[in-house]
Design a protein around this ligand. Structure first.
Ligand code: URA
Length: 191
C-alpha cells in the first residue's frame, strides 16, 4: 500500500460510514487534504469554506491565498507541505464546527497524520489546535512550538492563529506573519 492508496481508503471509509451525516448531506465535496504526501509539515485548519467545498480542496479562498503568501515568506510552497482540516465537510454558512463534528473527524485526522508521518503539525486557529494541545489557549501559546506525544512517538505542534481571522484584524495579522517566520527555525530544530 502507498500513502496515496491509504488516504484514498480513508476517504472511502469516511463516506461509507457516513461521518457527520448532516454536514455531508449539504456539502458538495469531502475535502480530504492537498499537498505533498511526504511533507515534513502538515497544516490543520478548521473546516472547508465555500470555495473549498466547490473545488474539493482546502485553503483555496482568501485565507488560502494568505497562507500561500506566508509560505512564500519562508521559502516554501504548497507543494512542500500538506494541508488539511479537522472537519472535512463545509459547515452551513461557514459556522464554527460543533464539538461532536470535531470529535467525529478526529480519529480520521489522526490516521491521516499517521499515513503522512510529518515532523511538525502547524495548527491554524483554535479548532485545529484543541485535540493536540487541549490544556492551552491559542492566545497564550501561538508561535510557541510544543512537543507532544502522538501515536507511537512524539511530534512538534506549532499553534498559529487562523489566517481568516488575521485577514480582518491588523494586529493579529502581523502576529501571524511574525509567528510564521519561526517555521524554518522549528524545522531546523527537529533535524
Ligand atoms: N478555512 C479553513 O479552516 N479551512 C479551509 O480549508 C479554508 C478556510
Amino acid at each position: 500500500m502507498t500513502k496515496a492508496t491509504d488516504l484514498a481508503a480513508l476517504r472511502d471509509e469516511i463516506i461509507a460510514k457516513n461521518i457527520t451525516p448532516e454536514l455531508a448531506k449539504q456539502a458538495q465535496n469531502l475535502v480530504m487534504g492537498d499537498g505533498s504526501l511526504d511533507a515534513q509539515i502538515v497544516f490543520i485548519g478548521e473546516a472547508p469554506g465555500k470555495n473549498e467545498d466547490i473545488q474539493g480542496l482546502p485553503f483555496v479562498g482568501a485565507a488560502g491565498k494568505f497562507l500561500n503568501e506566508m509560505l512564500a515568506s519562508v521559502g516554501l510552497s504548497r507543494d512542500d507541505v500538506y494541508v488539511t482540516n479537522i472537519v472535512k465537510y463545509r459547515p452551513p454558512n461557514n459556522r464554527d464546527p460543533l464539538p461532536d463534528e470535531k470529535a467525529a473527524f478526529w480519529p480520521y485526522l489522526a490516521r491521516q497524520i499517521n499515513i503522512i508521518q510529518p515532523k511538525i503539525i502547524i495548527t491554524l486557529g483554535r479548532h485545529g489546535m484543541e485535540y493536540f494541545l487541549p490544556d492551552f489557549k491559542i492566545s497564550d501559546v501561538h508561535g510557541q512550538p510544543k512537543r507532544v506525544i502522538f501515536g507511537d512517538g512524539k511530534i512538534v505542534i506549532l499553534p498559529l492563529f487562523h489566517p481568516a481571522a488575521a485577514l480582518y484584524n491588523g494586529g493579529l495579522r502581523q502576529t501571524l506573519i511574525d509567528d510564521f517566520l519561526k517555521v524554518p527555525q522549528v524545522l531546523e530544530q527537529i533535524k
